[in-house]
Design a protein around this ligand. Structure first.
Ligand code: UD1
Length: 340
């Protein structure tokens, strides 16, 4: 079996990708500092896969830890998720974000070079497009000035990969620009675990559904969209996980130096109010919500053009918006049953 290192593998997208890798016949190896994830994710992974996935606890800025992992396992590739991702916090503590997100990529690339590991899939974000001038947004659509230090770290990391490949380094890399990941593994053994009050829409919706939050505020209903609320492209986390498996498999057929990037979304935009309606349908209950003011920094509408990833990676999303919300809801219900 080929070994794939997953940095941030205990996190939301990383853990679901570990499952998809096992299903595709790869052996995942996790490194995670558990700064935004829980150890019991590993139990959820073993319930789903029947395997005990090797996990190293620590930070990707720790080169001695990276060297230990790379010397203990012959790796086919690395999927680099580990990063801080709270947009609001990044505006308060920019150095925390630049320090962690950028230096960890540099440490990882240097270690890969030292050990002759060529294949890398990097977690980027549709945040790099800002409010695009054309919709749906294509990979060739120009990036905009980042709205936050978090968004800027994603842009800078993409640029580091481009420069490294231009330098003829032995690196074959793909950046995946995620749209809005939601949902959970259909088994409800793993899912998203937001710390504190969620800032993302769907965890706030499901927490309101079970009564942890009193009321959801819809941030604005006066946008130029079908019902006035913002439009996003919500993608099931297992579809997103599958895109990583396709990307790593694609890289195995490429010779370094190589770089490419792909949007990962469904190709369909939905408004906040449509998400609420879909949630009410799958949960069979009304959601307590009110309309509030716009949230500063929000873009009005963005959704992906998925033609490139469909053509090049033969990737197709399988889950609908309702499927995604059903899995988010079942995960929330499972969490609510688990004693704290
Ligand atoms: C946000 C980040 C994006 C990041 C992504 C990671 C911003 C501006 N963008 O995306 O860079 O990659 O998270 O997951 O922060 N909404 C409500 N009420 C709520 C929460 C959200 O109406 O309580 C609305 C928002 O206005 C938005 C939509 O729901 O229209 C989705 O919001 P969210 O889940 O926070 O994702 P993004 O803002 O798209």
């Amino acid at each position: 079996m080929e070994n794939i290192l997953i940095t941030g593998g205990a996190g939301y997208i990383g853990s679901h990708t570990a499952v998809a890798l096992v299903e595709a016949g790869y052996q995942p190896i996790i490194v995670d500092d558990f700064s935004n994830s829980e150890k019991n994710v590993l139990e959820g992974l073993s319930k789903i896969t029947g395997l005990s996935i090797p996990c190293y606890e620590g930070d990707c800025n720790d080169r001695s830890l990276l060297e230990k992992i790379f010397s203990e396992h012959a790796l086919t590739g690395v999927i680099h998720f580990a990063a801080y991702k709270a947009v609001g916090e990044s505006t308060q503590k920019p150095l925390k974000y630049y320090g962690n997100n950028i230096f960890s990529l540099v440490a990882l690339l240097e270690t890969m070079e030292k050990f002759g590991v060529e294949n890398l899939v990097f977690s980027s974000s549709c945040t790099v497009y800002g409010q695009p001038d054309e919709l749906p947004v294509k990979e060739s659509t120009p990036r905009k000035v980042a709205e936050s230090p978090y968004g800027n770290t994603k842009k800078i990391c993409e640029d580091i990969l481009v420069d490294q490949v231009k330098s003829e380094a032995k690196l074959a890399a793909i950046a995946l620009r995620y749209f809005n990941p939601i949902g959970a593994h259909p088994s409800s053994h793993i899912g998203e675990l937001p710390l504190g009050v969620p800032s993302n829409l769907v965890p706030f919706v499901t927490q309101t559904g079970v009564g942890i939050r009193k009321e959801l505020t819809v941030f604005g209903d006066d946008y130029n969209t079908p019902d006035g609320s913002c439009v996003r492209d919500y993608i099931h986390v297992m579809d997103l996980a599958e895109a990583h498996v396709k990307a790593i498999s694609y890289l195995r057929g490429k010779n370094a130096p190589f770089y490419d990037l792909f949007n990962v979304g469904t190709g369909t935009g939905n408004t906040v109010l449509e998400v609420i309606q879909a949630f009410e349908k799958v949960s069979k209950q009304a959601l307590n919500y009110k309309i509030g003011p716009r949230r500063p920094g929000d873009v009005e509408k963005v959704w992906a053009d998925t033609e490139k990833i469909t053509r090049e990676l033969d990737w197709h999303p399988k889950y609908t918006l309702e499927d995604s919300l059903r899995d988010s809801w079942n995960w929330q219900l499972a969490l609510s049953k688990t004693p704290a």
